[in-house]
Write a protein that binds this ligand. Sequence first.
Ligand code: BV8
Ligand code: ZN
Length: 278
Amino acid sequence: MAEETTGPSDNMKAFREIFAKAKNIVVLSGAGISAESGVPTFRGAGGLWRTFQAQQLATPEAFADNPSLVWEFYHYRREVMLSKTPNPAHDAIAGMEKRLKPQGRSVVVITQNIDELHKRAGSDNILELHGSLFKTRCTKCQDIKENYNSPIVPALKDKGAPDPNAEDARIPEDQLPRCKECGGLLRPHVVWFGEALDVQVLNQAQQEMAKCDLCLLVGTSSVVYPAAAFAPMLAMRGVPVAEFNLEATMVTDKMKFHFEGKCGELLPQAVARHDTEP
Ligand code: BV8
Ligand code: ZN
């Protein structure tokens, strides 16, 4: 008879007892945590822009081939964020960080998202594994700058419409975002497919995970590496991992807990003040 593999528990009381004792909590988040803010996820219905999947445009090859098209894509996603706000899931995580700090307990958010909603919710301790929509990097001198301008350049005004038959704006390179320091062409400061993650960010993430005694895995399909390997690695080390997702994912069977539902509804109750807290 095959050995009985006990799948993840959905016992919130058991989770809350572990949560009450946790000293270093790591939150690993993906696009699903921003879904209830109205930000389309990658694999959900809204995952298409024009006739492309994000994976086809989020590459250095696409940018080299047609920087105007890739900038239209990122301009569109920047503009979308102007009308979006953090949802109760982001707020619950930021609130937990603030509440636990005076108890000498740490919370760090390690996010795959580039929408900055964790930051806007008030989280302080954030590692952006894949960069940010609101940072640019010069392709020539590597200068990195924050940029919240809407539009980022006049030539992109009213461009980037997502519908499949919107035509390519074909903006000349000299009218695309340019570096103030050296005049070089700017790119979004995000990690594209096939690009390595920032070594410093990765090292910081590893350090945080080395000391973590509870991990919340929120709204990620755990498909994209190396981020997808983090929670399974923690689980292998015996760290309790609680997955919050609408559905089971590639890693669910390795998790200690799996809570199925909208994270905007599940997280506030999961991380609410425990009666053992001061
Ligand atoms: C690298 C920034 C090497 C850009 C992103 C074959 C096998 C294994 C790996 C590879 C392979 N072929 C290629 C690779 C490597 C590749 C990869 O993993 N590909 C995948 C597709 C197989 N990885 C890379 O290329 C990485 N780099 O490997 O470099 C290297 C090393 C050294 C030197 C040189 C090179 C770089 C990956 C980073 C790519 N950039 N983002 C941008 O955003 O434009 S990835 C992007 O997609 C996101 O950041 C995120 O990481 C990913 C999307 O995943 P999720 O966030 O999980 O979102 P998704 O839509 O998939 O899922 C949403 C989930 O939420 C679902 O589960 C859903 O059920 C749930 N949900 C929805 N609503 C809710 C909810 N849950 C709760 N409540 C709700 N309301
Ligand atoms: Zn420059």
